[in-house]
Design a protein around this ligand. Structure first.
Ligand code: ZN
Length: 242
């Protein structure tokens, strides 16, 4: 069995600077995500963080990554543009990308979306009800019927300035009344991208079973299909042109 090689990338700044975040994720958000993904025998999981050389995303690492997971927030600007371009190229060549929560504003996600990716927000801690609006989608496999709830989250609300997703798997409603497209699938050339909204750093969202199920499913969905490399440009006629 060929394993799906996953790299969990985390900015890993909040956990070092803010005690309230370190209290929730003492080893960093990346380690929490890597730990639950590691329970899936079909996955081979590694981590990378911003402050490593080349942000931990050397050519060697990227070329050996089938699916890249991205969490970032306070230091989007510190991500080198050259690394952003390499990640985008890998996605176009087939690498899967899962952008979590505040990664909506990461350079990588905005580069691949081509829009501002801006939204409304409110970090007061309120209930999020994640509606499963495409229950037959592989990313929704194993989830409760209709919806699941996260007791405390940051609110993200529409308008969320993203391109119309190829598929919307989840829509979230918040106790304060806002809604947002919270599970969005995109295809970009040979690569698949999934944006998943929950995951604010001061809440234990990544320890919640349903959230772990979504991210694990998304890794399998976003894995490259191993098909032939695409060829573009001038194309000879396959049949005589009448
Ligand atoms: Zn947040």
């Amino acid at each position: 069995m060929t394993k799906v090689r996953v790299t969990v990338w985390n900015e890993y700044r909040h956990e070092k600077l803010h005690q309230e975040v370190a209290d929730v994720y003492p080893q960093g958000i990346h380690e929490t995500i890597a730990e639950f993904l590691g329970k899936d025998a079909e996955l081979e999981v590694a981590t990378a963080t911003l402050d490593e050389p080349e942000h931990g995303l050397t050519d060697e690492v990227l070329n050996a990554t089938d699916v890249l997971i991205w969490w970032g927030h306070m230091a989007h600007r510190d991500v080198e543009d050259a690394v952003v371009e390499k990640v985008a190229k890998r996605v176009w060549d087939g690498m899967g990308l899962i952008a979590l929560h505040s990664a909506h504003f990461s350079k990588v996600f905005r580069r691949l979306m081509g829009t501002t990716c801006d939204l409304k927000w409110r970090a007061e801690g309120e209930k999020e009800r994640v509606w499963v609006v495409e229950p037959s989608h592989p990313i929704a496999a194993g989830l409760p019927k209709d919806y699941f709830e996260i007791p405390l989250e940051e609110m993200y609300g529409e308008r969320f300035d993203i391109p119309a997703p190829d598929e919307i798997v989840f829509i979230s409603w918040f106790a304060g009344g806002n809604v947002v497209r919270s599970g969005c699938c995109y295809r970009r050339n040979q690569g698949k991208i999934f944006y998943f909204r929950p995951g604010h750093e001061t809440f234990p969202t990544f320890f919640q079973e349903e959230v772990q199920t979504v991210i694990t499913n998304a890794v399998h969905w976003a894995a490259p299909n191993k098909g032939p490399k695409l060829e573009f440009g001038r194309s000879e006629a396959l049949d005589p042109i009448q």
